[in-house]
Design a protein. Structure first.
Ligand code: SF4
Ligand code: SF4
Length: 285
């Protein structure tokens, strides 16, 4: 397939940018892959319990999978590479710049885009020569000042303190981070909202509802709905239930005390722990 035909295909699958990259700029690329296709699909942020990124990323994943199948059917053998670290590639690609919050930025989308990676077994001329990462933040500290858990430090990014690292992880959320989770189920974009590199991007209105009452615990219908929205990696019944319990506690929603109390005897230790914390938080107000 010619590069221009691949670009047309990418547009048809809803991607707005396509870069042919050198596999040696990252790690974990399967042997035989001679070129990487980095695909970018922008999205608009919104204010809801689930960050728009996770839903957009799930759509982008399925579109990239269909695109790889289309390439293969067009005699251009291709494979989707969801496990390969694309952050390393972005750091070496001139259109991208990495902020202090570790997220990459690309004008005019700011940090609001999803990336997918396809491996090709044929050699395609690379879009750019790899460059050394450059500083995009200067003296700005807005994201560090706004982060509710102090994850962005002078010395670097403390991943273990970032809320995104703990949400739907299946582990008990550290006590000191539970309040900062607020009513969220998945995602935190505080550091993106304050970032001047995202200036001018107008948030969308979320048309979906994520009622906590239906997650304490979720039935099969609700679980299927979340699976379609955020994919199987995140849509795990116990993890959703545990996160919803924390969100209910943070909201101080007394109408959810009944299901929360019932969850204090759930088989999952994480759910029991979070439910007990939520009941205590609501009843002590
Ligand atoms: S995503 Fe939230 S918790 Fe993580 S660094 Fe940004 S503001 Fe802090
Ligand atoms: S808020 Fe400032 S320091 Fe943080 S990523 Fe944006 S420009 Fe960089």
């Amino acid at each position: 397939m010619k590069p221009e035909d691949m670009l047309s295909a990418a547009m048809r699958f809803g991607f707005q940018k396509l870069y042919f990259c050198d596999p040696s700029t990252t790690a974990g690329v399967p042997s035989g892959i001679q070129s990487l296709v980095l695909l970018l699909k922008p999205y608009l942020p919104w204010d809801a319990e689930i960050d728009a990124f996770y839903i957009a990323d799930n759509v982008a994943y399925h579109d990239a999978k269909s695109m790889a199948a289309f390439f293969s059917a067009s005699r251009e053998p291709a494979v989707l590479l969801p496990q390969v670290n694309y952050k390393m590639i972005c750091s070496a690609l001139p259109p991208f710049r990495q902020g202090k919050n570790t997220l990459h930025y690309h004008h005019p989308f700011g940090s609001y885009f999803c990336l997918q990676l396809i491996g090709l077994y044929s050699a395609i001329p690379f879009s750019f020569k790899a460059v050394s990462p450059s500083d995009v933040c200067g003296n700005c500290t807005l994201c560090a000042d706004a982060c509710p858990t102090g994850a962005i430090e002078q010395t670097g990014f403390a991943r273990e303190r970032c809320l995104r690292n703990h949400m739907l992880s299946g582990r008990p959320i550290p006590l000191e981070m539970r309040n900062a989770m607020g009513g969220r189920l998945l995602g935190c974009d505080v550091c993106q909202r304050v970032c001047p590199l995202n200036r001018g991007i107008i948030p969308a209105q979320c048309s979906m509802a994520f009622p906590l009452s239906r997650l304490l615990p979720p039935d099969d219908h609700e679980l299927n709905r979340y699976t379609e929205l955020i994919g199987t990696n995140y849509a795990n019944a116990n993890r959703l239930c545990a996160q919803a319990a924390l969100a209910a506690g943070n909201r101080g929603d007394k109408s959810l005390l009944g299901p929360l109390k019932a969850l204090k005897t759930h088989a999952s230790e994480v759910i029991r722990t979070h439910a007990a914390w939520a009941v205590e938080r609501i009843t002590s107000e």
